[in-house]
Design a binder for this molecule. Structure first.
Ligand code: HEM
Length: 408
């Protein structure tokens, strides 16, 4: 049995398969303090839900610690986060009300279900294109669901939505990788720092260009909405929002698709019913619950707060474990079972409260579309060899998933 106290989010075994560790944590107190990491981890659904919905007590400024590679006290020296705050550009995900309320209002419109719906045709044609690449790679014996489909799809979609030419796709990948390194709390390499600098310069140019000559794209809509609000965002905040879309949107959606096919391959009966035409909406929700792309996120306690039986002190860095909450047996009696026919219950795969994922509708549409195109275009798909998971304490997904495909 795994004892809760053995848990560390940066432990290699935990990152490979966190679920038995989470289960042990859930049998313990509401919050467990990890002295080596200087982190307070929260594993239960009700507590995670409550914390995500109480921004007055739990500040998202803690996410700035990720920016300087300090998720754990063992991966970097964590500076005074409140101090750091004053120097950073405004970032939606790492801000609190009232700044968050203002920022979120400025950027929300293009992400409503209706606005996202206008991208349906474009997403379908991008999905057709990448699945075509998968089939072509299959003819060479090189089909890989992550390389040809799950990775390029969200990059191409967000590039299209931002009005960025598809030729920049490789740059987007490089930047996105550098950002993910940062998100994972690893110290930044020199190369990654250079990539991030390049990205900020690029987005700076795009923001300046679109301010002068607005187009019909997400960046122009946001510049426009921000100008109309009477309190326009500074160019550096607009650049920060563009980078956030890459961080928050690409890797997570890639991982959702990879985690989906991993679950499908391990549950052939259910995969059969998916291929036979099962409604894909609930399927995607079940993947988000069962194997969440974002396993946990940080908050900073603004005051001494009691969660269940534990009091967390002011300035504590708290990690809310979405991946654990989504398997909590008090909410899902058989939470360890992947079941696409389960009664839908709100999960925390997209978070909750004021920071609820802005791109949730987009991510759902992309994933449902990709699975639908795959089941339409392929008569058969099966693993060719073991997939490769990457190690991360925040994100969960695959870097490679070799498959064998037979076109329909
Ligand atoms: C499967 C894919 C995705 C997953 C699992 C996911 C998950 C999440 C989660 C858990 C949060 C809450 C973070 C917190 O509470 O601190 C979040 C926030 C956010 N996500 Fe997503 N996300 C996904 C896709 C996307 C996409 C496609 C976009 C945009 C293109 C996006 C943009 C954002 C933004 C901007 C926020 C911050 C919202 C705020 O702070 O108000 N995400 N996401």
């Amino acid at each position: 049995m795994v004892r809760g106290i053995d848990f560390s989010p940066i432990d290699a075994n935990v990152m490979a398969d966190p679920y038995p560790y989470y289960e042990a944590l859930r049998r313990g107190p509401s919050v467990t303090y990890l002295p080596d990491d200087d982190l307070w981890v929260v594993p239960g659904f009700a507590d995670v839900w409550q914390i995500a919905r109480t921004p007055e007590s739990f500040s998202s400024k803690a996410l700035r610690a990720l920016g300087i590679g300090a998720i754990s006290a063992r991966t970097g020296t964590r500076p005074d986060i409140r101090e750091l705050d004053a120097r950073a550009p405004q970032s939606l995900i790492a801000s609190d009300p009232p700044d968050h309320t203002h920022l979120r209002r400025l950027v929300s419109r293009p992400f409503t279900p209706r606005a996202i719906g206008t991208l349906t045709g474009e997403i379908r044609s991008i999905a057709e294109h990448v699945v075509g690449d998968l089939i072509a790679a299959g003819e060479r014996g090189e089909a890989d669901l992550v390389h040809q489909v799950a990775f390029p799809l969200p990059v191409l979609v967000i590039a299209a939505a931002l009005g960025i030419p598809a030729e920049m796709r490789d740059d987007f990948k490089r930047w996105s990788n550098a950002l993910v390194g940062r998100l994972d709390g690893q110290p930044l390499s020199q190369e990654a720092t250079a990539d991030l600098g390049e990205m900020i310069t690029y987005f700076g140019q795009v923001v300046a260009e679109r301010t002068a000559n607005p187009g019909d794209d997400l960046i122009s809509w946001i510049i426009d909405g921000s100008a109309a609000s009477g309190e326009p965002l500074a160019p550096r905040d607009l650049v920060s929002f563009c980078t956030l879309l890459l961080i928050a949107g690409n890797e997570t959606t890639t991982n959702l698709l990879g985690n989906a096919y991993n679950a499908f391959f391990q549950h052939p009966d259910q995969f059969e019913s998916i291929r036979a035409g099962a409604d894909l909406g609930p399927v995607v929700e079940e993947v988000l619950r069962y194997d969440s792309s974002i396993q946990g996120i940080l908050r900073l306690a603004n005051e001494d707060v009691t969660i269940g039986d534990v009091t967390v002190p002011r300035d504590a860095v708290v990690m809310i474990l979405f991946g654990s909450a989504n398997r909590d047996e008090r909410r899902w009696p058989d939470g360890h079972r992947f079941d696409i026919s389960r009664e839908p219950l709100d999960h925390l795969g997209f978070g909750s409260g004021i920071h609820l994922c802005l791109g949730a509708h987009l991510a759902r549409l992309e994933t449902v579309t990709a699975i639908d195109v795959l089941r339409t275009r392929l008569a058969h798909i099966e693993p060719r060899s073991e997939p490769t998971r990457f190690a991360s304490s925040i994100l969960r997904g695959f870097t490679s998933m070799p498959v064998q495909v037979t076109p329909a």
